[in-house]
Write a protein that binds this ligand. Structure first.
Ligand code: ADP
Length: 206
């Protein structure tokens, strides 16, 4: 059996960076955002239900989903957001479970941004690892990554759990105010810890 660490944190905290470090060490990594995108890509499994329940006008003549129109709809209409989540969440859960069942290592990592906000996903992880930075660092790093303006970044942050809520839910915390090299060293240390921790767990629960 493979055990799973749910890697989470606010926008720009460094989840993708940390996930890449785990992957470099040979740990299987599942990216929940990528799973979600694959379900809504061309011929994705979520498209028929999105079309049926949210409308044809979100699709172009070739049957491709207009993501910007969908984002806009969900932003303006909370009810549409609920419908979209009721379509997407069971599919995301099922696809992540499918990928989990293929892993053979002692443990793996799921990079899952909304783990705290969406408790339904907590069944996927045995431990929660929160990447933690100050809000000022989040804003600065998102700005240099994507050029979004401060107002837009703050709007996204306001829609996510706050730092305190995340830290309360964490089993382990990965502070990421330092350099990328320091982050890599911390991930290596966590990797040694998780390997030993989950191996012991495996022996006790064969
Ligand atoms: P998330 O996946 O949580 O949104 P990312 O991993 O994409 O965050 O990190 C946000 C940005 O900050 C990226 O451009 C990333 O390269 C950069 N970054 C992450 N950690 C550090 C760090 N310790 N030092 C400098 N830049 C960092």
């Amino acid at each position: 059996m493979t055990y799973w660490v749910g890697l989470t944190g606010g926008i720009g905290s460094g989840k993708s960076q940390a996930a890449a470090e785990f992957a470099r060490l040979g740990v299987p990594v599942i990216d929940a955002d990528e799973v979600s995108r694959s379900l809504t890509a061309d011929h994705g499994a979520a498209l028929p239900e999105i079309r049926a329940r949210l409308g044809n006008e979100l699709f172009d003549t070739k049957g491709r989903l207009n993501r910007a129109a969908l984002r806009d709809r969900v932003f303006r209409r909370p009810q549409a957001k609920q419908v979209l989540e009721s379509i997407m969440h069971p599919l995301i859960l099922a696809e992540i479970r499918r990928r989990q069942s293929e892993a053979e290592q002692v443990y793996g990592v799921i990079d899952i941004p909304l783990l705290i906000e969406q408790p339904a996903f907590s069944v996927l992880a045995h431990r929660i690892l929160v990447v933690d930075v100050s809000e000022a660092t989040q804003i600065e790093r998102v700005q240099s990554r994507s050029g979004l303006d401060t107002g837009e970044i703050k709007r996204i942050m306001a829609s996510q759990a706050c730092r305190r809520e995340r830290l309360l839910a964490a089993d382990d915390v990965l502070p990421n105010e330092g350099t990328l090299a320091e982050l890599a060293v911390k991930v290596q240390r966590l990797h040694r810890y998780y390997r030993a921790y989950f191996s012991r767990f495996s022996r006790a629960n064969p």
